[in-house]
Ligand binder design. Sequence first.
Ligand code: NAI
Ligand code: MG
Length: 783
Amino acid sequence: MGKITDILKSMDYGPSPEASDAVRGWLATHKAGFGPFIGGAFAAPGALFDVHDPSTGETIARVTQGTAADIDAAVAAARAAQPGWAGLSGHERAKYLYALARLTQKRERFLAVLESLDNGKPIRETRDIDIPLVARHFYHHAGWASLIASEFPGARAVGVCGQIIPWNFPLLMLAWKVAPALACGNTVVLKPAEYTPLTALAFAEICVEAGLPPGVVNIVTGDGETGAALAAHEGVDKVAFTGSTEVGRLIRRATAGTGKKLSLELGGKSPFIVFDDADLDSAVEGVVDGIFFNQGQVCCAGSRLLVAESIEARFVARLKTRMGGLTIGAPLDKSTDIGAIVSPEQLQRIERLVEAGRAEGAEIFQAGRAKGCFYPPTLALGVEPANILAREEVFGPVLAAMTFRTPDDAVALANNTRFGLAASVWTENLNRAYEVASRLKAGVVWINSTNLFDAGAAFGGYRESGFGREGGREGLAEYLVLAELPRVPATSANAAAMSAAPGPAPAASGIDRTAKMYIGGKQARPDGGASYAVLDPEGRAVGHAGLGSRKDIRNAVEAATKAAGWAGATAHNRAQVLYYIAENLSARALEFAERLRAMTGADGAAEVEAAIRRLFFYAGFADKYDGAVRATQKKFVTLAMNEPFGVMGIVCPDEAPLLALVSLVAPAIAMGNAVVAVASAAHPLAATDFYSVLDTSDLPGGVVNIVTGDADALALTLAEHDSVDALWWVGPKAGEKRLEEASAGNLKSTWMLGEGVDWARAEGREFLRRACQIKTIWTPYGE
Ligand code: NAI
Ligand code: MG
């Protein structure tokens, strides 16, 4: 050690390693290798693979490559345990979750060291962030366990959950998955990432210590193959995944049409926006947290710096200086800021992407050098929007900087990505901050802050960052069956309607009027010019409808996209329009009733009356299904905003052709979405008549578009369309697989409502919930 005067000169920190004896002792007792944890005990180890400390390359443990048979056994154990677990009172489950929280907290130091050793992240982060948040998550959900019955009346557990997690926050991601699942009465099979399985195995021991009933938590280690076997397993009712968008897509396809509940938390390329009036020193600290925290291996990392042109030079200069002050070093050293990259493969990926970015014109600045499995903090300047560093998730300490001139520019640049996980906005002007936050396509927006998480706040993405939320009340909804839709037994009338699929128009029908479709607020003829006969129950033509094609759907989606201003209308305004639609429908009730009776033979008057009621119901809700303020961290206001998806595709059934259309479209537009609705194929005229009601009700053009024709084919085009953000489909189970597979392209949210919905009773919050995605906005207060 140098003299004090030397230290004062350099102001260097000396080494300050955290002791790892306890962890190494524990690893020594498992020297023979870890088996999977199934039914409350560790099974004998199978084929083993090595687990490394990435900072040294040293092998620290060996764990089992879980096989399909292991997954079978784990799912069977979870299945056997599930009824008993769900059958406990909420209070009983709360006590177990509370015990898990307490034990995690008691072992905080042990778990922090183990996590650091396995992942390579600095001990300061595992000790101060990861593990405390793990405990917080279990406490929070112990609370929910007591409250589920009263707060979610009528809801039930989903069943057995397959959960697949990544390596960047190993134990924290476990907590995010396991705690809400257990609180709701589910049992789980969890597969940790192959690079970082150890804290999950330590958690298995905590489950034993807490006396958790065997089979409630099962942990099977292994790689992607093990994960794939879990996601595809028939005994799994829900899949929750965090990881790359690429694998997210595979899982979307693997679960398509199975009816499994699915939540995906995927990649990001989150903007970090600094306006000219930002507090620059705080913003520089924010950048450090945003992109260098956990070596940038964070799905919501602020990896694109968008800085106002007028302050760019000053900001970048300060940032470079600050980057030079970051200490790269041993993860277990308490003064380390930047630890190891999780694996040599990940390091190579970072190197490859940075070199590609450089080749595409970025100027690369790096602070310090790094040997071994480390990567220095890196700033890429002069990055064009098309540069790979501006587009691809690097998952490393690499920041791509760009400039903007106006707030509009900033928003456009920020949204110029296929992802939508998070965003950070820096300005001292609160009006501007909220204006920008409202326009960002991102599930989480941090104002003058970054990378904040809490068990009580929803986290999750828009667009290709996935769907579903983790944390808080919204997160619980992913682990509950909230409300079953009311069903009627399939009637023969329905069956007849189904078989009346669109065919060529009979030549001698004698009726020449062909109902138009409705696109962008205007009547539209089908692009192909073809039409089909609409038949009554006796098979006689009662009219003709356009045979819509891919092109018509594309036109309708374009019109809906242009109608985005609807989302900005006040909720009161949207309510007024819905009331007005109801009023105009009521004025023409007789005509609609007659048309329905002619097409379906059913009591048209009752259906029209029910449709008017339904419009009133959602008009009433338009300004009441609102957001909330979540109790999260000290000195933060955390908002949960219900935001519309954007463009929704809605495919209507043949039953109740007017009422079903209204039941689906009304909640969607009440929440501010624009809709492309595919009318009942067999009875489309109720929908095509309906547009004339919409036309006279002050609904802006493009908010509701109606296309007629072969519903299956049109649905597929909607499912494939990258500008459609959510898809609702009512139809036979057999149609679901194809649509959900196609939806994987842009990872749109899907709701498959199934057949035989009792439209007379199908209304409620669930329709509104499904028409929204939550945006969480964090705002600090105080100086
Ligand atoms: P990954 O997505 O392959 O791994 C995440 C988890 O999924 C692991 O447990 C893995 O074993 C499992 N998995 C892999 N293939 C699977 C399959 N076919 N079916 C089911 N489970 C499967 O991520 P990886 O390969 O570790 O990292 C590659 C890149 O992905 C990173 O560089 C980063 O860009 C991104 N990534 C993003 C994460 C996020 O939280 N957004 C987390 C991890 C990686
Ligand atoms: Mg490791």
